[in-house]
Write a protein that binds this ligand. Sequence first.
Ligand SMILES: [Fe+2]
Ligand SMILES: [Fe+2]
Length: 443
Amino acid sequence: MAQPVKFYLVTDTHFRPNSMCENNEAYREYMQYEQMCLAENEAILKATFTEIAKDKETNIVIIPGDLSKDGEKQSHIELLKYLDALRQTGKKIYVITARHDFNSNATAFINGGRYPVEGTTKEELYDLYYEYGYSDAVAKHEGSMSYVAQIAPGIRMLALDSDGEPDGKDKGSVNGDILRWAQQQITDAKNSGNSMFAICHYPIVPSSPFFELVRDARLENRDEVISALADNGVNLAFTGHMHIQSANVVKTEKGNEFWDICTSALVGSPATYRKVEFDGSTADIRTIKVPAFDWDMEGLTNDEYFDRQFEYRIKNRLKRTLSGKKGFKGIIFALLKHIVNTLTLGGVARLAFVRIDKSLKKVKFLDFACAIAINMFKGDAPFVEGTPEYEAVAKVVKRFSFIIKKVEPKLSKTKQLDLKQMIFDSIGNNKGFSDNNLTITLK
Ligand SMILES: [Fe+2]
Ligand SMILES: [Fe+2]
């Protein structure tokens, strides 16, 4: 067992300087469909890094990808100024890149509209972030941004590139070549008496049960990656990408556990980062909310402010999905839109012929759906058995179980799914451990 190492895990900073987020019409239009707070981005980063700099006992910061908003060169240059300043306070910073870090069609909100700006190629990222993991790496993979860092005596970090090629090939997977190299690195770490954990931008284990169904929500070849890591003694990974707080554990066929700790985007609800203490066999993981930042919060708390943006996005997306259809489809969608906007949970209960708790009857269906989604991204979703919300959902699910039974086989393409359980596990944390604050023992 190594001496414990402490580090901060900050991810999906999606940095774009305030000067490139002009509050113009194009920006406001864009923000209707954006979960993250963009113009606020720089103020949030500044406040968070100030807070991290104050902690003199924790001198490592790890950022697993989506460093810039969408690969704008200027965003990287400006972010690097903040990274350099944090480094000056004595912090060692390690990054891995992701798909939002390179882009040949970058844009920004400037000069009264949304205009093209210089993008970044994947090759340029190595030089840009050379001081942030690559300059003193123990090993680097040729042809990707993967590397191994000796972050403390006896502890190494395996940074896995899941970006794929710029043309989209291998996007969201750790390709065979990287994986073979990684296995060699795991053996080297073991032979030299080091414990190892991994970072990867894409979640390796789906962060939420429904993400099993979403192609871009987890590594394409996760089974292969999980056994390559866990069966060789790397049982813990820190991930990002889905902008969600979650902790999940799976077991390989050989019986080895693999933990995936996914952390939210720094700049979107729930706007959190983590502090971790790791000694090779146990990991203590705590969640920290971004501190107050220099912005007109319109009288709202941080949580209210971030949640408001998330809810705004969910509602606008739904509105857009249900609008603009023509003919018969248009009539049906307009009806659906009306129902979604006016229906209360009492109304749903009446339609399903079930009784629900009095306290829920006047709650708007749409607000309830938003709350479920936002809670899910915060981790530790609260509607567990015994709550009125769980009971209401359970009754409606039971009533419509004939539909679920029909849909289930169609969705169970690669894996047998239990849709009912997936619904319950999405509205309430039934895992027996917290998504946000937990101590895990690696087996
Ligand atoms: Fe992201
Ligand atoms: Fe991402």
